[in-house]
Structure formats: C-alpha cells, structure tokens
Design a protein. Structure first.
Length: 288
C-alpha cells in the first residue's frame, strides 16, 4: 500500500492494519544474535557419534580394509569377548589406578609450586625456571632416567604420569594467580586480612578458573602418559594388552584399547567441565 493511501486512511479515522506500511519505509531488520546460542543437550557426543557413523558407513560400503581398520561391530564383538574372559576389566582397573595416583600427586605438586611461585617473587625465581625447563622436555625422554632411578615397577609409572600432570596445573594456576586484580589485594590490605585469610578469600577464588582449565589439560596428560608407560616393561594394564596384541597382529584388540583410552579421556574431561560449570556459576560467558 502506498504512503498516500496510508495517510488518507489515518485522516478518515480508519484503524491502520498490520500490513499497512509505506512503500518507501525500510523493512525492519532482524537482529542477529552474536552469541553461539543455548547449549545443546549432550552436544559433546555429536562429534564422536558422527565419527562413528562415518566409520560404520565406510566399513559397510567396503571402503575401509578390515585388515587395517576393522568395522565397529567387529570391535564391539572383540570387546565383548575380552569382557567375558575378564581381561578388559582387570587391565582397566590397573590402568585407572595408575592414572588416578599420578593425577593426584601431579595436581598436588603443581598446585603447591604454583602457590609458592605466584605469591612470592623469591619463590617464582626458584621454581618457575625449572618448571619451564621441564615443560620443554617430553616425559617420554625422561623414561630411561626414571627407570634407572625407580626401576620398572609401579613407582616409575606413577612418577611419569605425575610429571606429565603437574606442568599444566602449575602453568594455568600460576597464570590465574598473576591475573588477580590488584585492587582486591589493596582491599585485603585495607581491611587488614591475614595471610591465611587472604589466600582463602582472595587467592584461591581468583586462581580457580585457571586451576580448572589446567585440570582439563592435566587429565588428558595423565591418559597420554599412561599410554606410554604401559607399553614400557609393563605386565598389566590397557597399554600392555595393546602391546601384546601388536605382537600377535590382533588389530581389533589394539582398537579396543584405543577406544577405551578415548572414552576415558572424553568422560574425565566432561566431569571436569561439569565441575567447572558448577564452581563458576557466577560467571556469564559464551558457554552459557
């Protein structure tokens, strides 16, 4: 409808209709949201499920050689056989114990060193340099030395995992400590907070986001280190089961071990992210 007709209807007292808009009037623009939108329920599983679907489709169509990569249903059948004879459960329990011990010791060491380095210039001078040196040395390169020091028993494996864990905990916690707003420190000095209360009410809450981010990297690092140590003079564990399968050319068993490692890493990361969302509810971020 033209603008003249609209104006004439208004002068005659006829109510304007929803579609009465002058021809020259600009169309209303729909404002696009810049945020990614609401979280998708179980969105973390979409990528793995898509990967599984492509794998299954390629195997079913004969595009993937089963000698190199068996089909998902063949892997599921092998996993069922390993569960039936108890091999998978026993090796998984031993692997989980090693990873958990290494994670606990690594987190405690990384957190303690980060507090010493982050709250003291002297501590930073003494601690930060050696940690940065360790950061540049792969844990795999330390295994010969650790074998000489601790032998080939469980101690060597747990220490190797702990060394792979404490570095990301230290780096991200230290960064969180250094990123605390100096105004909070000034406020704490103004109200005369003691050292212990300052650490409890200012330092720890301020460093919590960095610590939780480091924990996500640490959990992944624990499983990566576990893969390495269980294939070096081990007699049990998922890695040992995979190494034994390599000797006999059992590709399906190797893939079962890889799937187990992948699922463990995915689930543990999801648990840390859940803790992060619960602990940092006061923050409004793009993640929602």
């Amino acid at each position: 409808m033209s603008s003249t007709a609209v104006e004439q209807r208004v002068e005659e007292g006829v109510p304007a209709k929803a579609g009465d808009r002058p021809a020259h009037a600009p169309r209303p623009r729909v404002r696009k949201r810049l945020a990614p939108g609401r979280p998708i329920a179980y969105g973390w599983a979409l990528g793995p499920l898509l990967l599984l679907a492509v794998w299954a489709a390629g195997s079913g169509a004969g595009l993937i050689d089963p000698r190199n990569l068996p089909a998902p249903w063949a892997i599921a059948s092998t996993a069922g056989d390993l569960i039936a004879d108890g091999r998978l459960q026993s090796n998984l329990a031993i692997s989980a114990q090693r990873a958990l011990l290494g994670l606990v010791f690594g987190v405690l060491a990384g957190l303690a060193l980060a507090l010493v380095s982050g709250l003291s210039r002297i501590g930073e001078g003494l601690v930060d340099g050696p940690v940065q040196i360790k950061r540049s040395i792969p844990s795999l390169a330390l295994i010969p030395l650790l074998i000489l020091w601790f032998g080939i028993g469980e101690s060597m494996k747990v220490v190797t995992i702990a060394l792979g864990v404490f570095v990301p905990i230290y780096i991200h916690t230290h960064n969180g400590l250094r990123g605390i707003d100096s105004r909070y420190v000034e406020l704490a000095e103004t109200v005369r907070l003691g050292r212990a209360r300052f650490v409890r009410h200012v330092v720890l809450p301020g460093a919590l986001p960095g610590f939780l981010l480091g924990l996500r990297f640490a959990v992944t690092g624990a499983w990566l280190a576990l893969v390495v140590v269980e294939q070096v003079n081990a007699t049990s564990g998922i890695g040992y089961m995979m190494e034994l399968a390599r000797t006999y050319g059992q590709t399906d068993v190797i893939l079962v071990g890889l799937v187990v490692y992948g699922v463990l890493g995915l689930v543990s990361d999801a648990l840390v992210r859940l803790v992060e969302r619960k602990a940092l509810t006061c923050r409004r971020t793009l993640a929602g």
